[in-house]
Write a protein that binds this ligand. Structure first.
Ligand SMILES: Cc1cc2nc3c(=O)[nH]c(=O)nc-3n(C[C@H](O)[C@H](O)[C@H](O)COP(=O)(O)O)c2cc1C
Length: 203
């Protein structure tokens, strides 16, 4: 089984989502001894965003690409291949300004490609990615559950993954992380309990 582990927090060692994604991956590792893990730190990748130059590079036949276009096209291809090869995707998704970090959006822009991961048919859009499972590790400084439009980072990721064909999506949520130690600890305990439950159903 192949697992793709993604982190997108800019907070380095102080990041809660980075800590929790590690714990989720560890839970999968304990349940599946043959687990192969690929790790991508989306923040370390400073030129990860989709741009006109990347689109032009992908649209240029390989033999006509400049060295820079080859680098851009190869990188986009590597991100897609890694995604397609994975059985499980663990996504660290902190809430930044009521959305996901731009680095995570940049990754989504590289793996959402018409004709590869989705297509438009007579009945509308159709996901082309099947047989994968996703775990979203969603963190937030405030408490948002139950307020309208509040879990925008979680809702967007669920929708996007569903659009691509991934219906098996679990969410480990830790909210209120910046609301003082008591709220933070309660929230982290709940997230860790959820990871424990996830581990029981990993395979
Ligand atoms: C740039 C930035 C924007 C943030 N925006 C929000 C926000 O809109 N809502 C919220 O509840 N918390 C917000 N926070 C707080 C983070 O969600 C919180 O610190 C959480 O722990 C982030 O996960 P991480 O520790 O893995 O980075 C923001 C933090 C940063 C650094």
């Amino acid at each position: 089984m192949k697992l793709l582990h993604l982190d997108s927090s800019i907070l380095g060692d102080a990041s809660v989502s980075r800590q929790l994604t590690r714990e989720v991956v560890e839970a999968f590792r304990l349940a599946e001894s043959q687990l192969e893990v690929s790790y991508r730190d989306l923040v370390a990748d400073v030129d990860g965003h989709l741009s006109g130059a990347v689109l032009a590079a992908k649209g240029t036949p390989a033999e006509l690409r400049t060295p820079e276009q080859s680098r851009l096209a190869d990188k986009a291809q590597a991100v897609m291949a890694e995604f397609l090869a994975s059985d499980v995707i663990v996504i660290g998704a902190p809430m930044y300004n009521f959305s996901i970090p731009s680095q995570l959006k940049a990754w989504i822009d590289l793996i959402s490609v018409a004709g590869v991961t989705f297509r438009y048919g007579a009945n509308g859009p159709e996901g082309m990615v099947h047989g994968k499972r996703a775990v979203i590790v969603a963190t937030a400084g405030g408490k948002h559950a139950g307020t309208p439009g509040s879990a925008a980072h979680i809702d967007y990721l669920r929708f996007l993954l569903g659009f691509l064909g991934i219906a098996d999506v679990s969410v480990i949520a830790a909210e209120g992380l910046n609301m003082g130690p008591a709220v933070r600890d309660t929230s982290l305990d709940a997230a860790r309990n959820a990871i424990g439950t996830l581990a029981e159903t990993t395979i």
